[in-house]
Write a new protein. Structure first.
Length: 402
């Protein structure tokens, strides 16, 4: 990395436990449960928030505790779940970067179209991955907080633990947890300081950064009600459909699990469908199969991950499958049950919509049919009596903090 260094001048950054010291703050690589309904606590078992001197404290492994003297005005974001969290907390305008802005921002706004007064202005945001995350880029953006896991950062080209610590000391703290997405092991340098969280636990901790715990808890109440509705109405397991979650491309299905622990499965795990590839073990969080394996599994439903984003043409996917000698005989194709699915990089607002969407795709007789969806459309308008969560309540929380 470059040798550029700056004096300690961040107006909002008072202290941040860097990776080198986090091991002394947090012990062990422990799980916090496989369900995204777990309570949000710090490693000491208490919630973070506003301290007696009105500063803001927040805690997350592997960085430990950070303290700010006011809510951040500029935040660095790579993965859009953190942008969605900022929007949900009423601070979407603080986001100063995002992964593939046109894809991430457009997808987020497709969901927000159904939330009155909620939107995300992404058009002028840079893509931090455009030329690779660089030290120069981070100094230029001059962010108050970096919503990225330093344990993930050091797996990228030209980044070391020392480089990550320098950014935390000279620009602003890191605050992110990547490996809870799939419960994979983090790099060895961060392993002793790591903990695993659910999506909604991460959201609660991000809320502490902004001093918005009340908003987060109100949205958590909407989520808990949605989860209770789902759980109360799921059919017995032997009556649930068999499902493949896969991204199809040129004869290959890039496959993902449905029910594994980790927040990347937060929209499918609550639905408890029968994963046709549940027994497959992959070296990463995804695998790939051809037509032969998919025909052998022959799922009732195929959920095409990324299908709801503007970077994916579901009409072409369905046409390719129908016109293939092998694909045309798949039960999911024959029965028109190949659906556009969402993004795995989902924050709380996206999660609400993606759970509802998946519930209707998997269990139309129980939760109402999923409407026709054309590429590029906003999230469909669901009749009020068929909605699984209250849009007005969510919009009110986001826009008014109610």
């Amino acid at each position: 990395m470059g040798e550029q260094r700056r004096p300690f001048t961040r107006r909002q950054y008072l202290k941040g436990a860097g990776a080198a010291t986090a091991a002394g703050l947090l012990a062990g690589c422990t799980g916090s449960g496989d369900s995204d309904s777990d309570a949000t606590t710090t490693s000491a078992g208490t919630t973070s928030g506003t301290t007696a001197d009105s500063s803001l404290t927040a805690s997350m492994a592997p960085v430990g505790e950070i303290t700010l003297d006011e809510p951040p005005e500029d935040v660095f974001v790579v993965f859009p779940q953190y942008a969605d969290m900022a929007v949900a907390l009423g601070h979407g305008d603080a986001v100063n970067s995002i992964y593939v802005p046109e894809m991430s921002g457009t997808t987020m706004n497709h969901y927000y179209e159904r939330l009155d007064g909620v939107s995300f202005d992404w058009e002028d945001l840079p893509d931090p991955y455009g030329d690779g995350i660089s030290e120069e880029q981070l100094y230029s953006l001059d962010s108050d907080v970096h919503f990225l896991d330093p344990a993930y950062l050091v797996t990228q080209d030209n980044w070391s633990v020392g480089d990550a610590d320098d950014i935390a000391a000279n620009v602003g703290p890191w605050f992110g947890n990547f490996y809870s997405g799939t419960r994979d092991q983090p790099p060895e340098q961060y392993r002793d300081a790591y903990e695993y969280y659910t999506l909604w636990e991460v959201f609660g901790r991000v809320a502490d950064v902004f001093g918005e715990r009340e908003r987060a808890e109100a949205l958590r109440g909407v989520y808990d009600d949605l989860l209770a509705t789902i759980e109360a109405n799921l059919p017995p397991r032997d009556e649930r459909p068999t499902v493949a979650r896969a991204t199809y491309s040129q004869g290959t299905f890039y496959t993902y699990h449905l029910n594994k622990p980790g927040y990347w499965y937060a929209d499918t795990r609550p639905l408890g469908a029968n994963d046709v590839f549940a027994d497959r073990e992959w070296s990463n969080f995804w695998g790939s199969v051809g037509y032969e394996a998919m025909l052998e599994a022959d799922p009732d439903v195929i959920l095409n991950l990324w299908g709801a984003t503007p970077r994916y043409d579901m009409a072409s996917v369905r046409e390719s499958l129908r016109n293939s000698e092998a694909g045309g005989t798949l039960s999911a194709v024959e029965n028109d049950r190949v659906y556009a699915s969402g993004m795995r990089y989902q924050g709380p607002l996206m999660n609400l919509f993606q759970i509802e969407m998946t519930a209707k795709q998997l269990y139309p007789d129980v939760f109402g049919e999923w409407p026709d969806y054309e590429d590029g459309d906003h999230y469909p308008e669901i009749p009020e009596d068929e909605r699984l969560f209250d849009r007005e309540r969510v919009a009110s929380i986001v826009t008014d903090g109610a």
